[in-house]
Design a protein around this ligand. Structure first.
Ligand code: COA
Ligand code: ZN
Length: 314
């Protein structure tokens, strides 16, 4: 990890594609994954192991994950909502499982049809299943806390609830936690406070942040999370994204802009900014009617801008 200060994870193939009704052809998903991996992207959440009846976009989950696993150096991540999803992912050899539950009681019921405590019990069963695997086959288990910083059903989410469920997932066996602002309600002051509090409760836990740019505060929230010590961020190419079970949800923070932000602040991501912008073409040709966002793609790199790798080498 010494060549990176911050780990970014592309989630457009999951968070983005779960929102679009057109099926993104499997070979085009793979073209996207391969092209983005070639920019130096260290992690890609390539699919979602949910029932295909519920989200037909992910009917090709096994094929996509298996092909992605052939790409050298890429950490292949899959979303799992329950034990069955985790079993499907483990069978393929996926490197990291992103389990998802919501801190909002209502959103958890709508999204995974369970009480939050039942989701924690599901998570514990997944952790137990993983413990029985030989070490070399055991994926990283990330406990995702959705709607942690606001919910379009419930509004504000008490900080004590985030802390409580974070500790419960940690005790149940999480290797990492991902705190998500699923519907873009968070502000930087709140982000700093929430991440600092959870990190204080769980000093040895690796925390990641997943922000949506619904109200334009996404990158401001990233800088607040950086100040709180977070070094793992989700984002999606062109800002695709949203949750089909959360009214008003829109796109994730834009990956290209996140990488530019980090690069310009002197934090190494390992990602080639110019090549990353070129990958948008694959999304554009497959989703001609889907809006694509991004300041870097719109304006280009600043005049005479030298990416961090070049600045460091000079
Ligand atoms: N993958 C494939 N099939 C699955 C599955 C999974 N992860 N989980 C359950 N199933 C199958 C079961 O085997 C069962 O099949 P059957 O009808 O042939 O017997 C059927 O789906 C229903 O199973 P059940 O355990 O009752 O699940 P459910 O209908 O209560 O759904 C979730 C629960 C969690 C699987 C579902 O609500 C879900 O996937 N939610 C996530 C939604 C989402 O993608 N949100 C956006 C991302 S955050
Ligand atoms: Zn999201």
């Amino acid at each position: 990890m010494s060549d990176r200060d911050v780990t970014v994870c592309e989630v457009g193939l999951r968070d983005g594609l779960q929102m679009v009704n057109t099926f993104f052809p499997t070979d085009e998903k793979l073209a996207w994954i391969r092209a983005e991996a070639a920019t130096g992207m260290p992690q890609i959440e390539v699919t979602s192991f949910v029932p295909p009846k519920l989200v037909p976009q992910f009917v090709d989950a096994a094929e996509v994950a298996s092909a992605a696993l052939q790409i050298p150096g890429l950490s292949v991540v899959g979303l799992v909502p329950n034990l069955k999803g985790a079993q499907r992912a483990v069978e393929l050899g996926v490197h990291k499982l992103n389990f998802v539950m919501s801190v909002s009681k209502t959103h958890n019921l709508k999204n995974v049809r369970r009480e939050r405590e039942e989701s924690v019990a599901d998570f514990a069963r997944i952790a137990e299943m993983l413990r029985e695997l030989p070490a070399e086959r055991r994926p990283i288990l990330c406990g995702g806390l959705s709607t942690a910083l606001g919910c379009s059903y419930e509004g504000e989410i008490p900080l004590d609830d985030i802390r409580r469920f974070a500790v419960m997932l940690a005790e149940a066996g999480a290797d990492e936690l991902m705190i998500a602002d699923t519907v873009g309600y968070a502000n930087p002051a709140q982000v700093r406070k929430a991440f600092t509090a959870v990190q204080a409760d769980l000093p040895n836990m690796k925390l990641g942040a997943h922000f949506h740019d619904t109200r334009g505060l996404g990158l401001a929230n990233v800088t607040a999370a950086l100040e709180a010590g977070v070094r793992q961020f989700d984002a999606s190419l062109a800002g695709l994204g949203g949750c089909p079970f959360a009214p008003g949800a829109t796109g994730n923070i834009v990956m290209e802009d996140l990488c530019f932000l980090l690069d310009s602040m002197g934090m190494r991501t390992g990602v080639d900014l110019e090549r990353l912008v070129e990958v948008r073409e694959i999304v554009a040709r497959n989703l001609p009617d889907t809006p694509m966002y991004g300041g870097l793609a719109r304006a280009g790199l600043p005049r005479n801008y030298r990416p961090l790798v070049q600045r460091a080498a000079a």
